[in-house]
Design a protein around this ligand. Structure first.
Ligand SMILES: [Zn+2]
Length: 437
């Protein structure tokens, strides 16, 4: 049924393709593909939002998933057998210390690192792997800086599908690699960075030997767009003035743009948030493109450099969709330094919220936007944290011991460092440590 309601449409030349056509880009012009409804349907917004709320207390696995709970907006028949790990339903935290750091009265953090494999990728992967099974794929694969690898490995294991991961050798955190290995994926470490991995895997997917589930796959975006639904629901359908997120391969910003656009079209919300993407200064091809008013050709960053490995990407495949999200919402694209990322991460930690370095670009970016007058004190702001603190503990330990060094060999100061304290096992010495300011 779903293949009659939905189709794949090229965002550049608008060519249309059936849903069961195994494509990653348009076969006419290589443009990115969107999944769209063939025609708008009338939606009773009040009863739909009530239905979604009631599902939270259901025992059905689809109802308990923060993605499949919103399945009226997903391109599948109602009886599809989903591959789920209970993803989504992530917390929206009030973060007073982070707000204070940004000179705002209030700041909320949507923590996508609280997904089953510890990153936002799971909300897209449950849908992409469900589609892989629908298509009868025999092998699923992705290129990854680590989080996609961990997520795909887990969902492929749930679906009992063989899975291959291509990662840049020596550039993925131990925690992420450990996840992929434990979930039984074939992990291929190759020489070169993420962009080299991406080129190889796209070639491999062209002859159909593997089903590619990187975010160029429009089914990934369908899953990730539901985070906009969940966030709007958590805010009682009041949209924040600003939504700020990290930018790497740019699938996440593309998905938030699509999610909020669909909510607006269906009347569930009355406006869109301004979407701002924050990149690390050493891996910022999208920020450079956006700042150039002529909007000529997109120039990749040949040697992306940042310790925030999740966004160390020089050739982001989803940039045209991310550009659409930023432009149509009146948002922006900015950069932050390695020092700003490290400090913001430690400040987020003081709120009792643990994220990986890439996620902290958001709070660093918001501080900058407030100081530049782009975000006003009376405006509501939500930052999206994309990965969990435990994804990269080496970085954290180095920051707190003042030994973190940026890729250009500049030392990063531990401005909010919290050193471990060595003390003898005597009550007096412990008391004297505890009483010190
Ligand atoms: Zn096209």
């Amino acid at each position: 049924m779903s293949d009659r309601i939905y189709l794949q449409r090229c965002i550049a030349c608008h060519a249309e393709f059936d849903l069961d056509k195994r494509l990653y880009v348009c076969s006419h012009c290589d443009g990115l593909l969107d999944i769209d409804r063939r025609e708008e349907i009338a939606i009773d917004t009040a009863s739909l939002s009530e239905l979604w709320r009631t599902r939270k207390s259901s025992l059905d696995a689809r109802d308990r998933s923060g993605v499949w709970r919103f399945r009226e907006f997903l391109p599948f028949a109602d009886d599809v057998e989903v591959v789920s790990l209970g993803e989504g339903n992530t917390p929206l935290y009030d973060a007073p210390r982070s707000a204070d750091y940004c000179r705002l009265p209030q700041l909320e953090l949507k923590h996508q690192g609280c997904n089953p494999t510890g990153s936002f990728k799971d909300t897209g992967m449950t849908v992409a792997v469900t589609q892989a099974r629908q298509l009868g794929a025999h092998f699923v694969a992705c290129a990854s800086t680590g989080n996609t690898a961990a997520s795909l490995a887990a969902y492929a294991a749930r679906a009992d599908l063989p899975c291959a991961i291509i990662v840049p050798g020596g550039q993925v955190s131990h925690a992420k690699l450990a996840q992929a290995l434990d979930y039984g994926a074939k992990v291929l470490e190759i020489e070169g960075n993420f962009d080299v991995c991406m080129n190889v895997i796209r070639e491999l997917s062209e002859d159909g030997s593997v089903y590619l589930v990187n975010s160029i796959n429009p089914f990934r975006i369908e899953g990730q767009k539901t985070v906009a639904f969940e966030l709007a629901e958590q805010l009682e359908w009041r949209v924040p003035d600003h939504l700020v997120m990290p930018g790497g391969n740019l699938g996440n910003s593309s998905a938030f743009g699509k999610g909020f656009r669909e909510l607006l079209q269906s009347g569930l919300i009355d406006r869109m948030p301004r979407i701002t993407v924050v990149q690390a200064a050493g891996a910022a091809p999208f920020a450079r493109y956006y700042a150039d008013d002529s909007h000529g050709a997109f120039v990749n960053e040949q040697h992306p450099k940042t310790l925030a490995s999740a966004i160390k990407i020089g050739a982001p495949v989803s940039w045209p969709k991310a550009l659409r999200a930023v432009s149509e919402t009146g948002g922006g694209v900015i950069t932050v330094t390695e020092q700003e990322i490290a400090d913001a991460k430690a400040v987020i930690g003081r709120d009792g919220i643990g994220c990986e370095p890439a996620s902290a670009t958001t709070v660093a970016g918001i501080r900058k936007l407030v100081s530049d007058g782009v975000i006003k004190e009376n405006e509501s702001v939500v930052a999206v944290l994309t990965g969990h603190l435990l994804k990269d503990t080496d970085y954290v330990m180095q920051y707190h011991s003042n030994s973190l060094v940026a890729p250009d060999n500049t030392p990063i100061a531990g401005n909010f460092a919290n050193h471990p304290i060595k003390t003898s096992a005597s009550i007096d010495s412990i008391k004297s440590v505890l009483s010190a300011s």
